[in-house]
Design a binder for this molecule. Structure first.
Ligand code: PLP
Length: 376
């Protein structure tokens, strides 16, 4: 079956960036996060009596130790990432996943250049993908290549397709594949890779000496019973993987620009230094919020918030799929239905009068047809 997602993939390959905007949060962050930021602001202001208090200072590092410890606990205890010899030295704070991705690209250019000396370094993305990150790779001097993922395999990247893509690219002796960026859950399909997937993908990456940037911006927002299986949970993937999370999606707070990365000490040291040298350190407030949100000690509060947000996301995803796949009916769970009206308000582009009318009938099987046309 050829569907619009697959057609979009082809266009994405050609243009290298199509942003379907399926992942913009349209809700507030959780109450306890507001409290964290307010408490930190008050603390900074009250502990110092100079004008503006401590708020007036620049941050001196890419992560306060106690916050890094909490993030380490999240990566190891909650996400089950490899724990051997891992401490807060393996954690770095940054201004979101996008920032970490840019730093990682610099790391590859600087530290791994012997792998591609004299050749054009190529970065792979399962495609479709989030366009801004292909753009930053291009701007950083990499060539970008998309690997098709399709509905037939549940939008799971196939290790055999990866192997094939690498061989095809490297037939051209002037090119070397250096890295793959894997978003899990995947934007825009929402697909989550399983253990079998990541084992096979890791084996191909190790064989071809390819680094993995595992973007977990949407972890916690998995649909149904899926749970993200980070590459860093595998001993085999440990040395080649860098893992990144942020508050943007899972805590509905992209404006805070708060995220954290987890990886090999050498990688973390390079990225920390880069962040410090560029004076791009994330604020203490953002670090505090990130640590508080992800800390295992706040697992219950986080889960309560995520349960609500997952319903938002799945409501929106069904609307989105209906609009681009041309479905004219959707089955809602009662929970999703609770959010439908608000979701529609946030999707004004796709707004249709018949949706409004259907809402009045309060049925959980709503038929409607979107009056939109996609243009490109
Ligand atoms: C897959 C993916 N990763 C990361 C981001 C942005 O993350 P951040 O705000 O932490 O830079 C997005 C934004 O849509 C995304 O789709």
């Amino acid at each position: 079956m050829t569907n619009i997602l697959e057609n979009l993939f082809r266009i994405n390959c050609k243009n290298k960036n199509i942003n379907l905007s399926s992942g913009n949060p349209a809700w507030n962050g959780p109450e306890f996060l507001f409290k964290s930021s307010a408490d930190m602001m008050n603390k900074m202001a009250s502990e110092h009596d100079s004008i503006g208090g401590d708020i007036s200072r620049y941050n001196s590092s890419s992560g306060e130790e106690q916050f890094k410890k909490e993030m380490r606990d999240f990566f190891i205890e909650t996400l089950n990432c490899s724990s051997k010899n891992r401490s807060q030295k393996n954690v770095v704070f940054a201004n979101g996943v996008t920032h970490l991705w840019s730093c990682f690209l610099e790391l590859i250019k600087d530290k791994e250049s012997d792998k591609f000396r004299g050749k054009t370094p190529v970065i792979l993305f399962p495609s479709m993908t989030y366009g801004i990150h292909t753009e930053s790779a291009t701007r950083a001097g990499f060539e970008v290549c998309g690997i098709p993922i399709s509905s037939e395999t549940g939008f799971h990247l196939q290790a055999s397709d990866l192997e094939h893509a690498i061989c095809e690219i490297e037939k051209d002796k002037t090119k070397k594949v250096v890295c793959i960026k894997i978003d899990d859950p995947h934007n825009p399909s929402g697909a989550v890779l399983n253990k079998n997937d990541i084992e096979k993908i890791t084996a191909v990456c190790r064989k071809h000496k390819i680094r993995i940037f595992n973007d977990l911006a949407y972890c916690g927002l998995e649909y149904d019973d899926n749970k993200v299986f980070p590459f860093a949970t595998l001993g085999d993937a440990r040395a080649i993987t860098f893992t990144a999370v942020s508050l943007s999606k899972t805590a509905g707070a992209p404006g805070l620009r708060a995220g954290a990365g987890f990886g090999e000490t050498n990688d973390v040291n390079f990225i920390s230094k880069k962040i410090s040298n560029d004076m791009c350190t994330s604020s203490i407030i953002a670090q505090q919020c990130c640590a508080d949100y992800f800390s295992p000690r706040n697992a219950d509060l986080r889960e309560k918030y995520l349960t609500k947000i997952r319903a938002w996301y799945s409501t929106r995803s069904k609307m989105f799929q209906a609009s681009i796949l041309g479905k004219d009916s959707i089955n809602w769970t009662p929970f999703e239905l609770d959010y439908l009206e608000t979701v529609i308000e946030t999707l004004e582009y796709y707004y249709a009068d018949d949706v409004k009318n259907a809402l009045k009938h309060g049925t959980d099987h709503i038929k409607f047809r979107f009056k939109i046309s996609l243009e490109w």
